[in-house]
Design a binder for this molecule. Structure first.
Ligand code: SF4
Ligand code: SF4
Length: 447
């Protein structure tokens, strides 16, 4: 694609990076075929190619974002399906991240939108605030009908109430800073495990299972003090200063471990967070104080399934005939390019694994998307659930808390983290979500 940025514009590193990306696009339109919003809405401006044109025009013209650009960029899920499809290697993620920051800096959103986004950025990355908000949502659920009728924001507030769990998990003993020693005589590795923000409140059992699994495989796990939200949530809203502040804090906590006792990997159980952490090197490339540290962190960040695959999974001690529909989060398959490890591990653990038809299409979760764009998110969830249920599985496994929450609201099938199944199969307890589930036959303990 031909571009016409001035030299003065290209002196800005963010603009120079986007110009480079724009030049790699050859307008072929292959990406439109796998874009969820184009699939649903059929509007070229809601396709990757259309958005690329809009972003180019906005950045090149040095213009503030217009209402039309905001509408179509806001509808983008950042699912990155287009990046997997694109034959020219267009780095759409960096381009749309830049566009979102530009929008945040130059566009005056309507007051209700501004307040809602500020509220999400104020609450979600902080576990104590998020827990309190979920208690409030539970109390407010009987008023859902009234809330939904509020002008302008009603549908989004109702979506928030819908997504809040009916019951909150209690405090989990592993959800704290601390050291979790290996359960073997020989230590095979030492890793930091991201505790993160929303997941630690909604499903602390995911990380509990990861710790047990890693310890059983001879790995020492540390959850360092000072670590918090990775910054992904506010990063996707274009709130760069907030995202960088969260990320810096977490980088500092990990660097202290890397420069102290040492780390073999930074293990992440939420693929949305993993995608952002692996991109820290790019995010901080122009920050003299953090460029090196961020690149070091990115270099050793691993999804938990990547790391366990590198260790080799122990033979299963539980035999089951459960059929698992594996839902690959967009951040897992498109963001991190992890496609085989989770399924290979699940098969090695003895499960029958089924691929979900249209597995490359987003479930509609996408960070805060299911709150900010509830109608599109709802349609994508219905499509995803129909595809999953068509497989007639016993349960769903995924590697991202956002997908677990989003899909879980649309089906009665139990939904668990991949790592919970691996933990169970190699000697851990049965995942709580499977309690009361009667698979095709009884589970047989091998011993
Ligand atoms: S990130 Fe997803 S929703 Fe956005 S343009 Fe690409 S494929 Fe479409
Ligand atoms: S597939 Fe790639 S090169 Fe083709 S239009 Fe889409 S982004 Fe551009």
């Amino acid at each position: 694609m031909q571009t016409n940025f001035s030299l003065a514009q290209l002196a800005d590193p963010a603009m120079a990076a986007s110009e480079k990306i724009l030049r790699t696009c050859v307008h072929c339109g292959f990406c439109t075929a796998t874009c969820p919003t184009y699939l649903l809405l059929g509007d070229e401006l809601d396709s990757p190619r259309g958005r690329i044109y809009l972003i180019k025009d906005m950045l090149e013209g040095g213009k503030p974002a217009s209402r039309e650009v905001v509408k179509h960029v806001d509808r983008c899920l950042s699912c990155l399906s287009c990046m997997t499809t694109c034959p020219s290697g267009v780095h759409y993620m960096h381009l749309v991240d830049h566009a979102r920051t530009h929008i945040e800096e130059t566009y005056a959103r309507p007051a209700d939108d501004r307040v809602l986004r500020a509220l999400l950025a104020f609450v979600l990355p902080y576990p104590a605030r998020f827990r309190l908000a979920l208690v409030g949502a539970k109390l407010g659920r009987p008023l859902r009908g009234l809330v939904a009728r509020l002008p302008r924001v009603g549908n989004r507030l109702a979506a928030m109430l819908d997504l809040a769990p009916a019951a909150l998990p209690g405090r989990n003993p592993t959800n704290r800073p601390g050291l979790f020693p290996p359960g073997t005589e020989v230590r095979r590795g030492r890793v930091a495990l991201l505790r993160g923000c929303a997941q630690s409140v909604l499903r602390p059992d995911f990380n509990e299972a990861a710790i047990r699994l890693l310890n059983r495989h001879g790995v020492e796990v540390v959850q360092p003090k000072g670590e918090g939200c990775c910054g992904a949530l506010t990063h996707h809203m274009g709130k760069e200063a907030s995202a960088h502040a969260h990320a810096r804090r977490t980088i500092d906590a990990w660097i202290a471990e890397m420069d102290g006792p040492g780390l073999d990997a930074i293990v992440v159980t939420a693929s949305g967070c993993g995608t952002t952490i692996k991109d820290y090197g790019f995010m901080f490339r122009e920050d003299p104080a953090y460029a090196d540290k961020a690149a070091r962190v990115s270099a050793i960040a691993r999804d938990v399934t990547e790391y366990v695959a590198s260790l080799g999974l122990d033979a299963p001690v539980v035999e089951s005939d459960l059929v698992v529909a594996y839902h690959s989060a967009c951040s897992m398959q498109h963001g991190q390019g992890i496609r085989t490890e989770p399924k290979t591990l699940l098969k090695r653990a003895g499960f029958t694994v089924k691929d979900v038809p249209e597995g490359h299409i987003c479930c509609g979760s996408a960070g805060t998307y299911n709150i900010l764009q509830p109608e599109i998110a709802e349609r994508l969830r219905a499509r995803k659930v129909a595809n999953i249920e068509r497989m007639r599985p016993d349960l769903i496994a995924t590697g991202n808390i956002g997908c677990a929450t989003q899909i879980g609201k649309g089906t009665n099938l139990p939904i668990v983290h991949t790592v919970e199944l691996l933990d169970w199969a190699t000697g851990g307890p049965m995942p709580a979500a499977l309690a009361g589930v009667s698979p095709r036959d009884a589970l047989l303990a091998a011993e």
